[in-house]
Design a protein. Structure first.
Ligand code: ADP
Ligand code: MG
Length: 347
């Protein structure tokens, strides 16, 4: 390992960022098994299983980074930890079948608390019809860690990758974005108010939509059924975990293309619009950079436009262009500028 031979060298992980770090650590690994069709770099890995492809995705949720138990009920957290993984399986156009759940916890957690967590996990397994088939349980010095692996299946010729978008393809999204981020802002605001004065009652009335999008998201299982029924094969697909802009960047980088996004084509829920303005934030910035919406962004060949035009919940937000045209946002005001991807920086 050449890059670790100089033991005196210490590089801060911040210099690479999350995705740079993943690239750096994994670029030296080659796929040696003929059945390993897709390794690192997509929403899920793809394994050839004969008639079908198996899709595998894993995610880890860390207390204090991905969730705050001051406002995340454990039941919702359990539900969400499954949903975020299933979303990655759907983003490959596959149907999730099984999950494993591993937890590390400190002695702060009671059996009753963990029952709550597993109640949420069970509800998600019931709703999405997946089986919990295993996991691991261990202790942690501090805090709760939840790692979920989801396993799905898809017919060989239906799997959809991130790296297959072509110039001229239309960029679609399955629903509104930005609400989960604004829900988080609301919960954070109420937390700070509570910490400064525990007598203040939380003011979350009429914000069920935003708070719900943050605490209890759903994955777009329905869309995979819609694609199948309407005979639509997206040319590429990714789910929105880090934020629309960041996902568009991944898709473009992997497909070696650019994108032209219409601000007016990015769906924002009226509640999110209003709340952004209350927080003095730009609604479109929240929509593009917020994240955790778990909608699907996919591209289609323009000849398939008729197949999506009349489907509910599909919005066309732009077009794939040659890489040399860059990744641009056409604002409602008529300006064109570079789309910036802030995403989430956990380091
Ligand atoms: P997503 O946001 O869709 O869950 P990530 O951004 O977490 O995807 O991961 C991007 C890709 O990098 C995936 O293929 C994932 O499996 C891979 N990956 C992430 N972390 C590691 C790691 N520590 N070692 C190997 N592969 C990793
Ligand atoms: Mg993903």
């Amino acid at each position: 390992m050449a890059n670790t031979s100089d033991r005196s060298k210490r590089t801060d992980v911040n210099t690479l960022g999350e995705f740079g770090l993943i690239d750096h650590l994994t670029s030296g690994f080659e796929l040696r098994q003929p059945s390993s069709i897709k390794g690192v770099g997509d929403d899920g890995a793809v394994i050839d299983n004969g008639n079908m492809m198996t899709v595998v995705s894993t995610d880890m949720l860390v207390e204090g980074i991905h969730f705050d138990l001051m406002y995340s009920p454990l039941k919702h957290l359990g539900y969400k930890s499954i949903v975020v993984n299933l979303s990655d399986i759907y983003a490959m156009n596959a149907i999730p079948k099984q999950v494993t759940v591993s937890i590390a916890l400190s002695n702060r957690f009671s059996v009753e608390a963990l029952e709550e967590l597993y109640d949420g996990i069970k509800r998600a397994c019931d709703y999405y019809k997946v089986d919990l088939i295993g996991g691991d349980t261990t202790s942690s010095p501090k805090g709760l860690y939840i790692s979920v692996t989801a396993i799905g299946q898809v017919e060989k010729d239906r799997v959809v990758y991130r790296n297959t978008a072509k110039a001229g393809d239309l960029i679609c999204i399955t629903g509104n974005v930005g609400a989960a981020y604004l829900g988080l802002q609301l919960l954070e605001r109420e937390k700070q108010l509570y910490l400064s004065n525990p007598d203040i009652k939380p003011d979350l009335e009429e914000q069920d939509f935003l708070v719900g999008r943050q605490l209890k998201p759903e994955a777009r299982k329905d869309m995979i059924d819609v694609f199948k029924k309407s005979g639509l094969q997206p040319t590429s697909m990714i789910d929105v975990s880090d934020g629309v802009a960041s996902e568009i960047f991944h898709l473009c980088k992997q497909s070696k293309v650019g994108a032209f996004i219409e601000e007016s084509g990015v769906p924002i829920h009226p509640d999110a619009q209003m709340m952004a303005l209350k927080f003095q934030l730009d609604p479109i910035t929240c929509a593009l950079n917020g994240g955790e919406d778990y909608e699907l962004i996919f591209t289609i060949d323009p000849k398939d436009l008729d197949k999506v035009k009349y489907l509910p919940d599909i919005y066309i937000m732009g077009e794939i262009v040659p890489a040399s045209d860059g990744i641009k946002l056409h604002t409602k005001g008529g300006n064109i500028h570079d789309l910036s991807a802030q995403g989430w920086k956990h380091f």
